[in-house]
Design a protein around this ligand. Structure first.
Ligand code: PBG
Length: 328
């Protein structure tokens, strides 16, 4: 005897049968408007050193960085975020706030070459300190309040150089308020702050630390960056940063924290940025180089997922490739 199989009444597949129907019902679209491309800048002339764990990404000298910035503008990418590698490191990270420091030179060069490209600057000390931590060390510990004064100096020097957006990534308490107040007092009330609000102590930063030469020389960052197990705490961090005057709130990394991105977007109606970090990039690159996955499809799927979770913008090393893929 034959079993009777009831026919489905509602058939979701109807809407998947034609590419144009799929286009009409598509809920999330990744576009060039969503992208921020991070770049690394070093002292010297006419150098571009590829970062081994981040194929396709380079440490540029200032002159070459300006050319790289022109390329971003030509692709229509709205902005870049800059990371600097100083000539000398010391206990207080002096080059971070030197008027002629590497970032200050880089910002001026880009603003000269392509005034329209948004230049965001990462505000942190870890690339500039000889111990590799994101703040002042006393008695073997990162001192919160003593660090704030240096972050303020660094932010102001970036603004003076012409930075369009200030992005503190240090995770010290109270830094957004301190930076906001200093920017306002000095005539930079229109310079927005993009706060790394929920930044986790993540193993996914590995390749970046090679690129930015910022590996901590002792210990780790768990006394200031967040525990990967916590999401409620991320909401408290975001609430604090909004109250302190942050304009754009960032979750970092992105891929292992999609729930956090989603909760931040649903809980607070604010612009949310997600950082698709170096390790997330390196994994896709490495697997693709082995022929194990299709780089383009995986990268677009990852970035679409980050956007679907609630990100308004994505900092990603894939930005330039994405524009090429979307245009082809
Ligand atoms: C600086 C900083 C880091 C990243 C962005 N800003 C590294 C860290 O906190 O150790 C990581 C970015 C990436 O991995 O792509 N504090």
């Amino acid at each position: 005897m034959q079993t009777h199989i009831e026919k489905p009444f509602y058939r979701p597949r109807r809407l998947r049968a034609h590419e144009n129907l799929r286009r009409l019902i598509r809920e999330t679209t990744l576009s060039v408007d969503d992208l921020i491309y991070p770049m690394f800048v070093v002292h010297g002339h006419n150098t571009a050193t590829e970062i081994s764990a981040m194929p396709g990404c380079y440490q540029y000298s200032v002159d070459n960085l300006a050319n790289a910035a022109k390329e971003l503008a030509a692709l229509g990418i709205p902005g870049t975020i800059l990371f600097g590698i100083p000539d000398t490191k010391d206990a207080l990270g002096s080059e971070a706030y030197a008027e002629d420091g590497i970032i200050q030179q880089a910002v001026r060069a880009i603003k000269d070459a392509v005034p329209n490209l948004l230049v965001m600057t990462d505000v942190c000390l870890c690339e500039y300190t000889d111990h590799g931590h994101c703040g002042v060390i006393e008695a073997g510990e990162v001192q919160n309040d003593a660090t704030l004064a240096l972050l303020v100096k660094e932010s102001l020097s970036h603004a003076r150089a012409g930075a369009d957006v200030i992005a503190p990534s240090d995770m010290m308490d109270g830094r957004v308020r301190a930076i906001r107040a200093a920017l306002d007092e000095n005539g930079y009330e229109n310079v927005p702050i993009m706060a790394y609000a929920a930044k986790y102590a993540s193993a996914f930063y590995g390749p970046f630390r090679e690129a930015a030469e910022s590996t901590p020389q002792f210990g780790d960052r768990r006394s200031y960056q967040m525990d990967p197990a916590n999401a409620e705490e991320a909401l408290r961090e975001v609430a604090l940063d909004i109250e302190e005057g942050a304009d754009i709130l960032m979750v970092k990394p992105a891929l292992s924290y999609l729930d956090v991105i989603h909760q931040v977007k649903t809980e607070f109606q604010v612009p949310v940025a997600a950082y698709n970090v170096s390790g997330e990039y390196a994994m896709v690159k490495a697997a693709a180089q082995n022929g194990w996955i299709d780089e383009q499809r995986v990268a677009l799927e990852v970035l679409t997922g980050i956007k679907r979770a609630g990100a308004d913008m994505i900092l990603t090393y894939f930005a330039k490739s994405v524009v090429e893929w979307l245009n082809s």
